[in-house]
Design a protein around this ligand. Sequence first.
Ligand code: ADP
Ligand code: MG
Length: 463
Amino acid sequence: SGKWARALSILTEFEEKCGTPSSKLKQVADAMTVEMHAGLASEGGSKLKMIISYVDNLPTGDEKGLFYALDLGGTNFRVLRVHLGGKESRVVKQEFEEVSIPPHLMTGSSDELFDCIASALAKFVATESDSQHVSPGRQRELGFTFSFPVRQTSISSGTLIKWTKGFAVEDTVGQDVVGELTKAIERAGLDMRVAALVNDTVGTLAGGRYNNPDVAAAVILGTGTNAAYVERAHAIPKWHGLLPKSGEMVINMEWGNFRSSHLPLTEYDQALDAGSLNPGEQIFEKMISGMYLGEIVRRVLCKMAEEAAIFGDAVPPKLKIPFILRTPHTSAMHHDTSPDLKVVATKLKDILEISNTSLKLRKLIVEVCDIVATRGARLSAAGIVGILKKLGRDTVKDGEKQKSAVALDGGLYEHYTKFRTCMENTLWELLGEEASENIAVEHSMDGSGIGAALLAASHSQYI
Ligand code: ADP
Ligand code: MG
């Protein structure tokens, strides 16, 4: 019928606009490299903030003692207790607890948000066993993983530049987030010092390096997306401090805010951005990360419902609700291997209250999920190639065999298999066979939490 043809034409047009051939991805990678240079050259020189992390030494394996970490991401926060045993014993024991952030606290006051975090932390500390106490007279020390853009002022302080990923706690912006946390820790009656403030990418880099000395960069694909890497200190023109002994400095790129005319933006992306809490910002993140993939799918389905009546004459009311369709839902539909696409039918019914869909229509929906995930996965691979280019590790020079590894983490990477596979395959496609042999990607499980504990250990007040 004419309606089905209209649906197909919306699909085809969307697919074309989302196209990411190698040639385009190479332009994206090049643009990423260019922006990295610009962001390192001067403060405000690029959409990429290229934040100096003050981490100039990554874990060696010698770290020892009992340390805490707190990981505030986008959806949950986690508290960790890590017992580090030094070179021989490594991580002797790790325990964690995950707490979901009550949605009203994501847009409430700073005190309420940090009080909630500190009280969860206090409860967790109370579960220390007798053998786990820090030495007498010592304060407990914490690595704070905070996955939002922070203007770092030292290893243990930094002011919040802006919220992302659906947070809008206005009175935290411009404040030192360690100060906010420390005050809440005191209000909770806990004796604990924040020894290191790190971005989740920096934590993942530290955790990755602890396990593999080849790790040179870390990428998070979760609710949001970001990357960090190890830069040579003398290649950071905007750094006017003393050159660190190591000669290195970890840079938190804040690549979610990357933007380039080479990005395949569609009308759906533009509408999503315009209706978001942070219009005009985090454009790369909005095309790639877990917070947004499901929402892009929803917007395409909405258009098909409006203009091609794919769900009947009326647009299903639930389908009109922003963010009702989450990435885990579209991921489940995308991975549906049943011949009659049972999972797709179930998700449509449970989430959108849509029933009686034809198999043909369910296939069309899977196709939309595939287009959105493929574009996101391929763009993230291009971003990684941009970093490798900046490091001069995207090609093999004179048969040189320098190995590089990239540590990856985040719920999207961890759970969305098709996304992960496509991202990795695209990386090999862009690098070519020879260079690919020297590059490894590895899942750095819980890297951001353990990494923060490791960095708390190396920045302890007692060493
Ligand atoms: P954060 O980024 O908030 O620190 P995570 O790294 O745990 O948290 O990532 C959580 C995000 O991962 C969710 O917001 C969701 O978008 C994505 N995610 C979780 N599970 C799945 C899944 N099964 N399939 C696809 N995406 C998932
Ligand atoms: Mg996280």
